[in-house]
Ligand binder design. Structure first.
Ligand code: PLP
Length: 381
């Protein structure tokens, strides 16, 4: 009699949801990793218009050529000359990640993943029969991996390394020197680089540093419009690479995952790129102000140490309360009306941290921080 596959039984529900399930409606929530904005109006109108115009059918597997071309051009600052052939539209970054692991990983292979992590990476690798191996991104190193840690993990079955900058959950970003060290490590061991750059447009101070355009031909970049245009619910992203053989394999795989992406939505995203090109910068500015605010508040609290991130939508402070782990602290904060995620939900080195997503208004951030401060003063007694 049929049961369930080993792969289904082996994966666990994500720990990030646990706090949500316990939270009432009246909490101030720093839990959600999604922008609290709506997509640009021009995109919503174009979505509707595309449906009226009859764009309600299958598209080619890799997506609308005009959108793929537009995306390729949007990478000109990193690498000129890419075209639609270099891009596969996916139904989200989540879909893009699974596609890449399915395309690269055989049973017995292992993939190096960051830790603390975006919780999908490890289960994705396991689903493909591979082993998820974690390299630490430590607070003391501003969440940047150290080459000695990477070297200690590698063996002949290591096929790829995933980098995620700006990072969820740490907010860590790379400078060019750090990028080049991580690039050289991958080159030395002939590894694929899977670069999850879904927060590339939410950066503060400096330009985004990408693995695209480095001259290494084993780079696959994952991106998404979820954060860029605040359209998490639309589920649209893409994979881009200058390795055309890899793109051929990826596009072939995509057919068996979703056949293609949503027809009308691709016109909507194209409209956003053409007519709301400044939208990502506008929301990034708002996120930067919120980031400054929340970091200043956290660093003034007892037992809290917080780096100021240069990108993404999260802070990942160290929070110390004698005799309590991060889940227990998060539960105490929840009792006092604030939802955040315990660092341990993002892997063992997240222990001792909390993740706050600053995806709420500045006023709510202030109110929430008042509550956190009060709780921590009480707990640190
Ligand atoms: C680092 C990272 N990668 C990928 C994703 C997936 O984004 P989506 O599936 O909404 O495109 C997320 C979403 O939170 C993320 O934080």
């Amino acid at each position: 009699m049929g049961g369930f596959s080993d792969r289904a039984l082996a994966i666990q529900p994500t720990g990030v949801r646990k706090m949500f399930d316990l939270a009432g409606d009246d909490v101030i929530s720093f839990g959600l990793g999604e922008p609290d904005f709506q997509p640009p109006k021009v995109a919503i109108e174009a979505f509707h218009q595309a449906m009226v115009d009859g764009h309600n059918k299958y598209t080619t597997t890799a997506g609308l050529p005009a959108l793929r071309d537009k995306i390729a051009q949007s990478w000109d600052a990193y690498l000129q000359g890419m075209t639609e052939e270099n891009v596969c539209i996916t139904m989200s970054g989540t879909n893009a990640l699974l596609n890449i692991f399915l395309t690269l990983v055989n049973p017995g292979h292992n993939v190096l993943l960051p830790e603390p992590y975006f919780p999908l990476y490890g289960p994705d690798v396991s689903i493909c029969g591979g082993e998820d191996r974690y390299y630490p991104c430590k607070f003391d190193n501003e969440f940047i991996p150290q080459i000695s840690d990477l070297e200690s993990l590698i063996d002949e079955n290591t096929v790829a390394i995933l980098y995620n900058f700006p990072s969820n959950p740490t907010g860590g970003t790379l400078d060019l020197h750090q990028r080049d060290e991580l690039l050289d490590f991958a080159k030395k061991h002939d590894l694929w680089i899977i670069s999850d750059e879904v927060y590339d447009r939410i950066v503060f101070e400096n330009e985004h540093v990408s693995f695209m355009g480095t001259g290494y031909d084993k780079v696959l970049v994952v991106n998404s419009f979820s954060k860029t245009f605040a359209m998490t619910g639309w589920r649209i992203g893409y994979i881009i690479s200058d390795n055309l053989e890899a793109m051929k394999q990826i596009i072939k795989m995509q057919y068996y995952i979703t056949a293609c992406s949503n027809d009308a939505m691709q016109y909507a995203v194209l409209a956003a790129m053409e007519h709301a090109a400044d939208y990502p910068d506008i929301i990034a500015k708002e996120f930067q102000q919120r980031c400054d605010l929340i970091v200043d508040r956290l660093n003034a609290m007892p037992g809290v140490e917080c780096h100021k991130p240069k990108g993404a939508i999260y802070v990942f402070p160290k929070v110390k309360v004698e005799g309590m782990n991060s889940e227990e602290i998060a539960l105490e904060l929840l009792k006092d009306g604030v939802l955040c995620s315990p660092g341990s939900a993002f892997g063992p080195s997240g222990e001792g941290h909390l993740r706050f997503a600053y995806t709420i208004s500045k006023e709510d951030i202030m109110l929430g921080m008042d509550k956190v401060e009060k709780s921590l003063r009480r707990l640190n007694g």
